[in-house]
Design a protein around this ligand. Structure first.
Ligand code: ZN
Length: 230
């Protein structure tokens, strides 16, 4: 589904993936494992492009529903994979994934073997201040330590990963059960207070198609209020 000219959302792989259709194709996140064909088919059938036009895969963070098809897509297309150094270590299997506190810990353990992909090294490490394929990188720790957002200033679009979601017409924080550090995640969101963007696209939930930065400001005001009344 084309959200704005040149930006497509591929749904139905648990977490959404986004394709930026420029001279080269950029894929942001890759969904749950075993859906490589679905992504390739989108490139060939919907965009009428060749899989080898996919040059860059950017992972917003290390969760399995975002990295699931990255390795296979790299070998099929030759694309280079980029991620923040903190999460790249987890993706490469060099560091253990920290599990969020609370009930999900048991679930994480139970599904541990099922919820794994073969570790792989990424090709490029990206950090706050970098620009990759026209997308400015913002480090947004909290949901995971190496979570990032990507800002397309040409189209006024922010890819936010799992740091924020949009449900029932309101911007919401990341799901508590699967977030490493809620407080840190909310601090990261405050970084967005001076950024102007019309559209916001997250890993889950609906796209914010208009006035996205105003809606994020409302969320920031809300968390500040909550803090003040605590
Ligand atoms: Zn996530």
């Amino acid at each position: 589904m084309e959200i704005v000219p040149g930006i497509h959302m591929i749904e139905g792989i648990i977490a959404h993936c986004y394709l930026v259709d420029d001279a080269e194709l950029v894929l942001i996140d890759t969904g749950m494992p075993h859906k490589t064909k679905k992504i390739i088919r989108y490139i060939t059938d919907e965009l009428q492009r060749s899989p080898s036009d996919l040059k860059t895969i950017i992972l917003t963070h290390c969760d399995i529903d975002h990295i699931g098809n990255a390795l296979e897509l790299r070998s099929l297309t030759g694309a280079k994979i980029a991620a923040h150094p903190y999460d790249a270590e987890i993706i490469a299997g060099k560091k253990m994934r920290k599990t969020p506190k609370g009930g999900m810990k048991i679930l994480f353990k139970l599904l541990g073997s099922f919820l794994q992909v073969k570790p792989f090294p990424v090709d490029r490490l990206i950090n706050e201040g970098d620009t990759l394929s026209g997308l400015a990188v913002l480090h947004m720790p909290g949901h995971t330590s190496g979570s990032i957002a990507l800002y397309d200033s040409k189209r006024n679009v922010l890819f936010i990963g799992d740091t924020l979601g949009f449900r029932d017409g309101v911007v919401q924080g990341p799901s508590k059960n699967v977030t490493l550090d809620m407080e840190q995640a909310n601090q990261s969101v405050e970084k967005l207070k001076d950024l102007n963007f019309t559209v916001m696209l997250s890993g889950h939930g609906a796209p914010v198609r208009s006035d996205a930065s105003a809606k994020v400001q409302e969320y920031i005001a809300q968390i500040k209020n909550r803090k003040a009344t605590r």
